[in-house]
Design a protein around this ligand. Structure first.
Ligand SMILES: [Zn+2]
Ligand SMILES: [Zn+2]
Length: 211
């Protein structure tokens, strides 16, 4: 004798069953136990969202990933989203196969400032490049460096005109030294102790370049 759904009495003859429930009721039960609201984190300055341990551009793929991390145990497909929430196609794997339902889930956004924006706002820098020499040469090279840095993950914290040239402060030592070797510039370097971070001494690098 065919089984009947514990909730609606539909018969196993006409509907797929998941345990004691028909597919219609199984999907409804899935919808009912899902969270109504999830919380995501977004940087209030650059608008990027927190996903996979980093801040990422808030495109649909990243949003889908961020939501999936808050709803472990389900397969998530983002159908649509707006300021208040996301329409999702959600699948739960069962012994008898996947049960799916479409559900709109409210998304609450918690804002904070990401590390990059914090560093920018606080004028953080790790490398100082001192360009010295003829004014027009200094300006040309400074412009090239600005272009290079704008395409990198680093940023220029500030620039200073001095009598004999220009100082450029860059947020990343790695990017600064990579740029100098990429441009095949001759330089002399020095290091100053800046502070202690996680028990390690942190140095700032100064590169003096004479043109
Ligand atoms: Zn049913
Ligand atoms: Zn940011």
């Amino acid at each position: 004798m065919p089984r009947h759904c514990a909730t609606c009495n539909r018969s196993e003859k006409d509907f797929k069953f998941y345990g004691g429930f028909c597919e219609v009721c199984a999907a409804k039960r899935l919808g009912d136990k899902l969270p109504k609201l999830i919380e995501l984190e977004r940087c209030k300055r650059c608008g990027r969202i927190w996903v996979n341990g980093r801040f990422a551009d808030p495109n649909p793929k990243a949003l889908e990933e961020a939501i999936a991390q808050k709803m472990r145990g389900y397969r998530i497909h983002l159908i649509d989203n707006d300021d208040e929430g996301a329409l999702l196609d959600i699948t739960e794997e069962k012994e008898q196969g996947g049960v799916s339902t479409e559900k709109r889930i409210a998304v609450k956004v918690k804002t904070r400032t990401c590390d990059d924006c914090y560093k920018r706002a606080s004028g953080y820098w790790e490398a100082l490049i001192q360009l010295r020499g003829q004014r027009d040469r200094v300006e040309r090279l400074a412009a090239r460096m600005e272009r290079y840095i704008s395409k990198s993950a680093a940023f220029i914290s500030k620039t200073e005109d001095v009598e004999t040239g220009k100082n450029i402060y860059i947020s990343s030592k790695t990017v600064a030294s990579g740029m100098i070797s990429h441009m095949e510039l001759k330089y002399t370097s020095s290091f100053t102790l800046y502070g202690i971070k996680n028990g390690k001494r942190v140095f700032r690098n100064t590169y003096a370049i004479h043109l």
